[in-house]
Design a protein around this ligand. Sequence first.
Ligand code: VGL
Ligand code: ZN
Length: 270
Amino acid sequence: MTGENYFCGNPYLEYLFLSHYNIGMNLDFSTTALLAIDIQNDFCPAYTGLDGKEHSIGALAVSRGNEIIDPLNNLAEKVHKRGGKVLATQDWHPEGHISFASSHKNKKIGDIIIVPVLEKAIVAFNKKFPDLTDPIPAAVQQALWPVHCLQNSKGAAFHEYFNTQLIDFVFRKGFRKNIDSYSAFFENDRCTPTDLYGYLKEQGIDTLIFGGLATDYCVFYTVIDSLRLGFKTFVAGDVCMGIDIPAGSVQKTITTMTEQGAVFVSAADV
Ligand code: VGL
Ligand code: ZN
C-alpha cells in the first residue's frame, strides 16, 4: 500500500490514503461512471508510440503524467466489466484561444489576465443557482498557457496507451475562443454548462469516480462541480497527476476537494 510509485510521488496522498476505503463492494455500478480527464498527448511526457514512432513531449506536459495511464486503464476495465460507464474528456481549443499566452500582446506563459466578461458571470451564476454554494469563485482571472490541445491536432489526441475502446462517451471542453473551461461541467464562468450534466442525469448516474490530468486544474474544477451538483464523488488519487503550477497547488487543491466532500481512494480499492 505504500511506496513512492503508489502515491505518484505525492507524500500528501499517502496521508489521505491512511484511511483505507474499499468502495468497490458498496458501489452500485449501474449508477456509477468513471470520468477520465484529459488523457491527451499534450499533457504527457515524450513516449514511443504503438507503431514505434516517437512522440515528442506535450506542450503542457504533466511530469510523469503517463504513469497513470496503465492503472487508469485497469480501473476503466473494472468499472466497465461491472456495468459502469467509462467517460472521458478532451481539452479542445481553437487557434487563438484565450488561454494561450500567444493570443495576447506582451503576455507570457504564466501571466494572469483578467477576463472582464466573467465578472458579470458571477452575478449570473448566483442567479441561476441560488441554492448552490460555489467554493471556487468564477475564474475572472485566466492563467496563460502555452498553445496546447489544438482541435484535431496530435497534441489533442488521446495518449496512444489509453484504452479508448472502453470509453462510452467523450466530452470536449474549452472549444469557445473567448472562455476557457477547466471543468467538464461548466466553462470558467462557472455557469455555462457543457453536455455532461444532462448526460449523467439521463443515464441515471449519481456516483462519479475521477482520474486523469491535471489534479490541480481540470480534475480539481470538475470534482468541485461534481460535488456541488450533488454527485457522490470519489477521486482515485493514484491515477491522477498534477501540474503543480504555482508550486503547492496540488496539495492545496487536494485539501479543498477533501474539505468539500470528495473521497480519495486508490484505484485498487474500487
Ligand atoms: C488543463 C491547463 C490548461 C488541464 C487544461 O487539463 O488540467 N490545464 N488546460
Ligand atoms: Zn487547456
